[in-house]
Design a protein around this ligand. Structure first.
Ligand code: FES
Length: 393
C-alpha cells in the first residue's frame, strides 16, 4: 500500500513537473527568435553604397539599420518591397535582390529610372548613402525549385529583367550547383546591357553557364545577335527544347512576344515560370478592357478605414485607368499604410474588401477563389470601372 502511495506521489509530481515544462517549452525562445529572424515582416535598411550601373540604372547596397540586427535569408530570385513617403504619399515598390543569397552582410538592388515613374525617379534622384528605408522581408515565389524545374534551365531576360537572374547565377556559380543554364539577355542597345562584367566573369568561370546577348536597336559595331529573342534564336542557342525549364522576366510587350515564341516551340505552360507582370503602362490596351469606356473617366471611390481607433470614411474621385491602390495611397496620404508587396496581384498582401461596384483586372492575374467568393480584390492591379466602395477596416 505504501509502495503504491509512493508511486502515486511520484507520478503526480512528474505530471506537475511536465505540465510546468509544457507551459513554457524550453525550445520556445530559440524557435521564436529563429522565426523572427527569418520572417520579421518589416525590416529597416540603410543605404551604404550607391553606384551607377548604366546611363539610367543604379546599384544600391543596403545594410541592416535600427531594430533590424540581421538580414533575413532569401532565395535567389526573390524581391523586397521598399516603402517610401514621397511628397505626402506613402507608397511601396518591389525590387529584385541582385546580391548573392550566400552572404548576409548586405542586400543589393538595381533600380532603373523610368522617365514617368513616380517612385523610380524619386529613388534615382534622391536616395543617398546613409538614408534609412522601411522594407518588407524577402518575398516571392520566383526561384529555382529542383524538384519541379529540373537541371536544365533557360533564363530569358529583357532589360532590367536580368536582376533576379543575377542573384540566381551568383548562387549557382558560388555553390557549384550541378545545373546547366542558358541565359538569353535582350536589350535595346549595348549601353543598356547591365551586369555585363558579372555575366562574363560567371561565364568564364563556369562551363555550365552560357550567355547570349541580343540587341533590338544595335549599332553597326555590334557583332552579336540582333532583333528580338525569337524561337529560332532560342533553339539555336539551347538545342533540344523539350528537356528544359524556362524562366522569363521582362516587360509586358516582351512577355507577349516570348510566350508566343515558346508556345510555337511546343513548350507547355507548366515548364515556364515568370515574374509577376507589374501594372500595365496603358491598361486600355490590355485584353478585356471595355472598349466603350472613356479613358479620361473619373470614378467615385468611397473608402472606410480606421484612424486613431475611429472608423472614418472618405469619398474621392480617381481616374479609371489608375490602379485603385495608387489612388488610395494618394488620397489617404500618410494617414494609412496599405500593405503591399508585388504590386502585381500575386502576393495578396494588399487584399481589400470591395463592398460595391465593378473593377477591371488584367486577365493574367489570378485571384484566389475564396477571395472572389467573399468579395476581396487586389487593389494594386484593380481598376475602377464604376463607382466603388471599399472597406479597409
Ligand atoms: S501587392 Fe501583391 S497582390 Fe497587391
Amino acid at each position: 500500500m505504501f509502495k503504491d502511495l509512493k508511486k502515486f506521489t511520484h507520478a503526480q509530481k512528474l505530471k506537475e513537473w511536465r505540465e510546468q515544462v509544457l507551459e513554457v517549452p524550453e525550445y520556445f525562445d530559440s524557435m521564436e527568435n529563429l522565426h523572427d529572424c527569418i520572417h520579421p515582416g518589416k525590416i529597416w535598411l540603410q543605404m551604404s553604397d550607391i553606384n551607377e550601373l548604366s546611363h539610367d540604372t543604379k546599384l544600391y547596397r543596403l545594410i541592416p539599420a535600427r531594430s533590424t540586427k540581421t538580414l533575413p535569408p532569401f532565395r535567389a530570385g526573390q524581391y523586397i518591397g521598399l516603402t517610401l513617403d514621397i511628397n505626402g504619399v506613402r507608397t511601396a515598390r518591389p525590387y529584385s535582390l541582385v546580391s548573392s543569397p550566400n552572404q548576409h552582410a548586405y542586400y543589393e538592388l538595381c533600380i532603373r529610372k523610368k522617365e514617368d515613374g513616380f517612385v523610380s525617379v524619386y529613388l534615382y534622384d534622391n536616395l543617398k548613402a546613409g538614408d534609412i528605408v522601411e522594407c518588407t522581408e524577402p518575398l516571392g515565389t520566383f526561384y529555382h525549385n529542383n524538384l519541379f524545374h529540373g537541371e536544365n534551365l533557360v533564363f530569358i531576360a529583357g532589360g532590367c529583367g536580368i536582376t533576379p537572374f543575377i542573384s540566381m547565377l551568383k548562387d549557382i556559380s558560388e555553390r557549384f550547383l550541378p545545373l546547366n543554364v542558358w541565359v538569353l539577355f535582350g536589350c535595346l542597345t549595348e549601353k543598356d546591357i547591365i551586369f555585363k562584367q558579372e555575366l562574363e566573369d560567371i561565364k568564364m568561370r563556369r562551363s555550365n553557364i552560357k550567355v547570349q546577348y541580343t540587341l533590338s536597336e544595335a549599332d553597326s559595331n555590334w557583332k552579336g545577335e540582333c532583333g528580338f529573342i525569337t524561337q529560332d534564336k532560342i533553339k539555336n542557342f539551347i538545342g533540344n527544347v523539350s528537356d528544359k525549364f524556362f524562366y522569363v522576366v521582362g516587360n509586358r510587350d516582351m512577355y507577349q512576344f516570348v510566350f508566343k515564341e515558346l508556345e510555337e516551340l511546343g513548350i507547355p505552360k507548366h515548364r515556364i515560370a515568370y515574374e509577376a507582370y507589374g501594372t500595365p503602362d496603358d491598361v486600355t490596351k490590355v485584353i478585356g478592357w471595355p472598349s466603350d469606356l472613356n479613358a479620361s473617366n473619373k470614378v467615385e471611390i468611397t473608402v472606410k478605414y480606421i484612424e486613431t481607433n475611429q472608423i472614418k470614411e472618405k469619398v474621392f474621385e480617381a481616374p479609371c485607368v489608375e490602379p485603385v491602390l495608387n489612388s488610395l495611397e494618394r488620397e489617404l496620404g500618410l494617414k494609412l499604410t496599405i500593405e503591399s508587396g508585388c504590386r502585381s496581384g500575386a502576393c495578396a498582401l494588399c487584399r481589400t474588401k470591395l463592398t460595391s461596384g465593378k473593377i477591371f483586372v488584367p486577365p493574367e492575374v489570378t485571384i484566389r477563389e475564396v477571395d472572389q467568393k467573399f468579395g476581396y480584390i487586389h487593389p494594386c492591379i484593380s481598376y475602377p470601372l464604376t463607382k466603388i466602395s471599399l472597406d479597409l477596416t
